[in-house]
Ligand binder design. Structure first.
Ligand code: FAD
Length: 453
């Protein structure tokens, strides 16, 4: 069975973890029956629970919620990603327009852009102690042909949807020194954070979901610690979704990725210090189509800008393993490193950044880890209703940060509405499979895509 592993590489983000939270179990034994079960405690599951709890507080009628995770709390992709929330603004626009229509592609990109403000508001309103730093994002093209294609994407979105691009400012810069002065597309980054105050069972793998509990309605969630009856389930298991819902076999595939943390080189300090280098921005270093490394400076801590440890998170290294399909595709191993990735990251920054010095541990890779991404067959996530009371939000394909919050909010409200009123919020959302387009309120296209499952 496709399940997360226990013996994983340890990411930088978990180096200060609280074991009591990581291994949380809020009761001695699983409850026999609850109103809503959320499976998976990553960003998707945590935000679904957040919205369910908020809705309960606002209406004065709290549902009984249960959050289950197969392993420790939030140790899947969310704990081992690059933390880079970078909405698409132009890259790939023509391809998305060809697949889904230009209007839908424009709406998808605008949907992603709205997430930057949503994260900032969440961190502010919940007073979350996490890294959240809004900065600029810089795409560096190492390949002229790739740059020319990206420019066409930019021009096309600007031509078709000038209002969407009115606030963007893209300049071609080929001088590394000038990058620091470059204005670009806004980007941001944050590290994962989990909330307490809910019934949580970690180390509780869900093996299957049986229909028709003895009462005649709802489901039985079959776990390692016994069965739980429920009216409503939200599956947020991302790369491991097919382990619970076999329908997703070949639709959401586990794919390995690699990220590391780097102590900045002395002459490339990030953050607020005097004389910092250009690494105050995030970088997408594009070596060619489909092959990109990215850097994120850690210069914010919670509500205090400039207080991060100034390290750099560096992800990618696909050039090392892309051709060895078995090393990464349909591979659920986040316990071992992919050979060659440490060496690749170690040599990358001196190669790319002018005068990058490696000295006394500075400028070197500090920690490196692997993670499992949930790749969907057409690169779009699956978000919506699968059947009475059964919802899914998964398959974020390495691009979850600018999409997950609104998707989790959508499935949480759909599930709650069905539970309370017996209806989902709109006709569109009642269709059997609502992809991200359904969450966007594009019903006819969501319906058209149902045939893909
Ligand atoms: C190496 C790497 C780098 C990335 N970098 C970025 C980036 O820079 N920017 C970006 O936007 N995105 C990035 N991503 C993708 C991003 O991390 C994901 O889209 C996002 O974290 C998915 O969140 P999630 O909650 O849906 O899934 P996850 O965080 O994977 O959570 C799924 C949870 O479900 C649990 N689970 C699975 N099966 C079961 C079961 N049977 N029973 C109980 N529990 C189960 C798992 O244990 C896990 O906790 C990256 C991902 C990886 C792996």
């Amino acid at each position: 069975m496709l399940l997360p592993r226990a013996d994983r590489t340890e990411p930088f983000w978990l180096s200060e973890r609280d074991d009591a939270v990581a291994d949380m179990q809020t009761r001695p034994a699983l409850p026999h029956e609850v109103d809503i079960v959320v499976v998976g405690s990553g960003l998707s599951g945590a935000l679904a629970v957040h919205h369910l709890t908020k809705a309960g507080e606002q209406s004065g009628g709290q549902q009984q919620l249960l959050l289950l995770d197969a392993q420790r709390l939030c140790e899947g992709a969310t704990a081992r990603n690059g933390g880079h929330c970078k909405p698409l603004t132009y890259l790939g626009f023509r391809a998305e327009a060809a697949r889904h229509g230009a209007k839908t592609a424009d709406e998808m990109y605008s949907f992603e852009a709205a997430h930057l403000a949503a994260y900032a508001e969440l961190v502010r309103s919940e007073d979350l102690d996490c890294d959240m730093h809004v900065t600029r994002a810089c795409d560096v093209f190492m390949d002229g042909a790739d740059a020319a294609e990206a420019k066409k994407d930019y021009d096309e979105r600007k031509r078709l949807f000038p209002a969407s691009m009115a606030r963007d400012d893209v300049r071609e810069v080929s001088d590394v020194d000038e990058l620091a002065r470059m204005t670009g597309i806004k980007g941001g980054n944050s590290s994962p954070s989990a909330r307490g105050k809910l019934d949580v069972f970690t180390h509780t793998p869900v093996h299957r979901i049986d229909e028709s509990a003895p009462a005649g309605r709802g489901y039985t969630v079959v776990t390692d610690k016994g069965p739980v009856r429920t009216q409503s389930i939200i599956v947020c298991a991302n790369a491991w979704t097919a382990g619970i819902l076999p329908l997703f076999q070949d639709k959401i595939v586990p794919v390995r990725g690699t990220v590391c943390s780097v102590r900045p080189s002395a002459n490339h300090r990030v953050g607020a210090q005097e004389g910092h280098g250009p690494l105050k921005m995030t970088y997408g270093i594009r070596h060619g189509p489909g092959e990109m490394d990215y850097t994120i400076p850690r210069q914010g801590r919670g509500r205090v800008p400039g207080m991060g440890d100034q390290s750099i998170i560096l992800g990618g290294a696909k050039g090392v393993f892309n051709r060895d399909l078995a090393a990464w595709y349909s591979n659920n191993d986040d316990a071992t490193l992919i050979p060659g990735t440490r060496e690749y990251f170690t040599s990358l920054l001196p190669r790319v950044f002018k005068d990058w010095k490696v000295q006394d541990g500075q400028g070197e890779v500090e920690r490196i880890w692997t993670g499992v991404l949930g790749y969907s067959h057409d690169l779009l996530p699956y978000v919506g209703r699968m059947g009475p009371g059964l919802y899914v939000s998964a398959g974020f394909t390495g691009h979850g940060m600018p999409r997950i919050p609104a998707c989790s909010e959508a499935v949480a409200h759909m599930a709650l509405s069905e539970l309370r009123q017996g209806t989902t919020p709109s006709k569109a959302l009642a269709s059997p499979v609502n992809r991200i387009l359904g969450a966007l309120g594009v019903p006819e296209r969501a319906a058209a895509r149902e045939s893909s499952l």
